[in-house]
Ligand binder design. Structure first.
Ligand code: PLP
Length: 413
């Protein structure tokens, strides 16, 4: 860009310096494969850090979501309820399996899945199913159900079985309202897959994000709070399911001297080199969380006096965000400029920012999908901007961002 100043990135990789030790060990012992001591070590260390029973290290967060859905037996025709306000990778694997995503909008307090809309979606999907398949089957299902003892008065349990999973996301590191989401999920007997790709180190009621659902998924892609260049993990307290995930992620080989398969497999395992980077990164995860939280505080204390600019606070004592990315909301009616004006002004100064995620229910690829919306995520998308938040950013760099922002908003420091 034209300013001649060094570029400030949104979220750069930040190595600890310990990664090479693990990688050199892998080279020394010739463990250059999607298995080996770093993979085993990384899985154990992650499980210990999270307080989870077991973890499978995989090639990406997307692979982890895909395998979670496979393990929940998601089939063509099934429904999966997905938080609309997220990155496409949360929803794409639902389509890999020929299932139908149904999108649920956010609550203003956390920006994550609105529990009230979630329950409406569960009831709504059952109605949609009844319309599609005629009254006969619905009546049959309902009769069958009343013979059993229903846990839910409003929806027959048998219809809930068409909804194979609920995927809330801890977006930008902010924990979802897990108490309410789990209460509703339990009421209707639907398993939860927590997308904690952006939330490693975030906690809800003191418990790590990624450990609440039947499954949790993590990502170690290039700009996440810790990175392995690319990678992911599947988390669960069900060791049987995690061992099935390892089996499926290494091409589902039956125990035989030749290659024999009774199931469809995937090449989704993390490599021993990549896992070495992960081990070096995991050693410093708490420092990274502290650094990102400090960056949030820096921006907030230097910008929150500007009228029409706001930050999302942790909505209560139970929420602890890793503050993966600091985000601001810009109210154009008060500031006189919109988020694109601000983004372009920063870009001219060689500062990278990014609009908030465009909700899935507004994405062309998902335009035919059912969605339960309240306008929250659309409004956030229109007003929100992610600021440079990498843990290696120096105070001079953060001050440069603040200075440009104050100039754009016409407020001199
Ligand atoms: C990064 C991300 C993913 C996908 O992870 P990959 O490792 O890139 O496949 C999924 N969900 C969310 C919310 C993410 O931010």
């Amino acid at each position: 860009m034209s300013s001649g100043k060094k570029r400030i990135y949104l979220s750069s990789p930040h190595m600890s310096g310990h990664e090479m030790k693990y990688i050199e060990e892998a080279f020394r012992d010739n463990w250059i494969a999607p298995l080996g001591p770093n993979v085993d070590g990384f899985e154990k260390e992650l499980a210990a850090y999270l307080g989870a029973k077991d973890v499978a290290a995989l090639s990406s967060g997307s692979a982890a979501i895909h395998l979670a859905l496979v393990l929940l037996d998601v089939q063509p025709g099934d429904y999966v309820i997905v938080q609309s306000f997220t990155f496409g990778a949360t929803a794409f694997p639902v389509r890999y399996l020929g299932a139908t995503p149904v999108f649920v909008d956010s609550e203003p307090g956390t920006w994550n899945m609105d529990p009230v809309l979630l329950e409406k979606a569960i009831i709504g999907i059952s109605g949609e199913y009844a319309r599609k398949h005629g009254d006969e089957e619905t009546k049959r299902q309902r009769d069958k159900e009343t013979k059993r003892k229903s846990r839910s008065p409003s929806v027959p349990q048998s219809l809930c079985h068409l909804i194979k999973a609920i995927i809330p996301v801890h977006l930008y590191g902010m924990p979802s309202n897990m108490d309410e989401i789990l209460r509703i999920a339990t009421k209707y007997g639907i398993p939860v897959i927590e997308d904690a790709a952006e939330a490693l180190g975030s906690r809800y009621n003191g418990k790590m994000c990624g450990t609440f659902g039947k499954f949790g998924i993590l990502s170690f892609n290039g700009n996440k709070i810790i990175t392995t260049s690319g990678g992911g993990a599947l988390v669960s307290d069900d060791e049987e399911l995690i061992s099935r995930a390892r089996f499926l992620s290494t091409q589902a080989r039956d125990p035989a001297p030749h290659y024999q398969h009774s199931q469809i497999g995937y090449n989704y395992r993390m490599s021993n080199i990549v896992a070495g980077i992960g081990r070096g990164q995991l050693e410093v995860i708490e420092e990274r969380v502290t650094a990102r939280r400090k960056i949030f505080e820096f921006y907030k204390s230097n910008l929150s006096d500007i009228k029409g600019v706001s930050f999302i606070d942790e909505p209560g004592q139970e929420y602890f965000s890793n503050r993966w990315l600091t985000t601001i909301l810009i109210d154009p009616e008060i500031t006189g400029c919109n988020r694109e004006d601000v983004r372009i002004a920063l870009e001219k100064e060689n500062i990278e920012t990014r609009p908030l995620w465009k909700p899935m229910h507004l994405q062309p690829v998902f335009r035919d999908c059912l969605a339960f919306v309240n306008g929250t995520s659309e409004d956030l998308f229109n007003k929100g901007l992610c600021l440079p938040s990498g843990s290696s950013l120096r105070e001079e760099e953060l001050s440069r961002v603040v200075k440009v922002l104050r100039r754009v908003f016409g407020e001199m420091a």
